[in-house]
Design a protein around this ligand. Structure first.
Ligand code: ZN
Length: 242
């Protein structure tokens, strides 16, 4: 079953001109459908320049995730594939075109992250790539070096035995090359992100305090690693603040 829904907060429909019709929205009780899609209603009035509308869906078929985490998941991970959900969403690329990408998050956060991605789309925040980490054999260094935005990855905190928040599907790294992790001692990860350790820069995809990206995640209760004291993780958002 595929259920289409419209989330006003995700910027679907046309809030500006108020043309989102009644009856265009529907919702489903969590966990009963095979899929939940978020799509806009009909395009606005004729004569109004068409603005691409956000399309995003939560794909919840039984096998939707399992085949996509061959590298990112293994036995012993803190959450199982059944606790994860696949999002398939539109995003604005660095080429100023609309692309479709995928993200895997914990099922408890899927719907609100779908709303966040809708807001990023509405704000035309550019994302260079939105691929699952399996495209990089779950190698975070490779994913970061490609400036790939990703969420679930069953891995430890770098240089630690502790599970990363990504291993629970409750953290997302956004444009990691443009928003590197910078330790207190000045180490930059990924290394190629060094030019962007200078946060006074303004380049496509860079995240700054209280900008549209930070606010979209904050509205979902997710906090930004750029606000950490000491080491800063400018790419990192998580539900726990860790
Ligand atoms: Zn992260």
């Amino acid at each position: 079953m595929l259920v289409l829904a419209c989330l006003a907060a995700a910027g679907c429909g046309s809030a500006r001109s108020g043309t989102a019709g009644p009856g265009s929205a529907s919702s489903v009780p969590g966990g009963t459908g095979d899929g939940v899609a978020v799509k806009a209603g009909a395009q606005g009035a004729t004569g109004v320049q068409a603005v691409p509308r956000f399309r995003g869906e939560i794909v919840t078929g039984r096998e939707a995730v399992r085949g996509k985490v061959r590298y990112a998941w293994r036995r012993g991970c803190p959450v199982g594939p059944v606790e994860l959900l696949l999002l398939r969403v539109d995003y604005w690329g660095f080429d100023k075109r609309v692309h479709q990408g995928e993200l895997i998050v914990h099922r408890d956060h899927a719907r609100r992250i779908l709303v966040v991605l809708g807001k990023l789309f509405k704000a035309r925040y550019p994302i260079q790539r939105l691929q699952l980490v399996d495209a990089y054999q779950a190698d975070d260094d490779r994913s970061m070096a490609a400036n790939n935005t990703s969420a679930f990855n069953c891995r430890r905190v770098s240089g630690s035995t502790r599970w990363s928040e990504h291993a629970f599907g409750r953290a997302i790294d956004v444009n990691p090359l443009r928003n590197p992790y910078v330790t207190r001692g000045g180490r930059v990860s990924p290394p190629a992100g060094r030019p962007y350790a200078n946060r006074a820069r303004r380049a496509a995809g860079m995240i700054h305090a209280n900008d549209a990206v930070v606010r979209a995640f904050a509205a979902a209760g997710w906090r930004w690693g750029g606000y950490w004291s000491g080491s800063k993780d400018y790419q990192h958002f998580s539900s726990t603040g860790r």
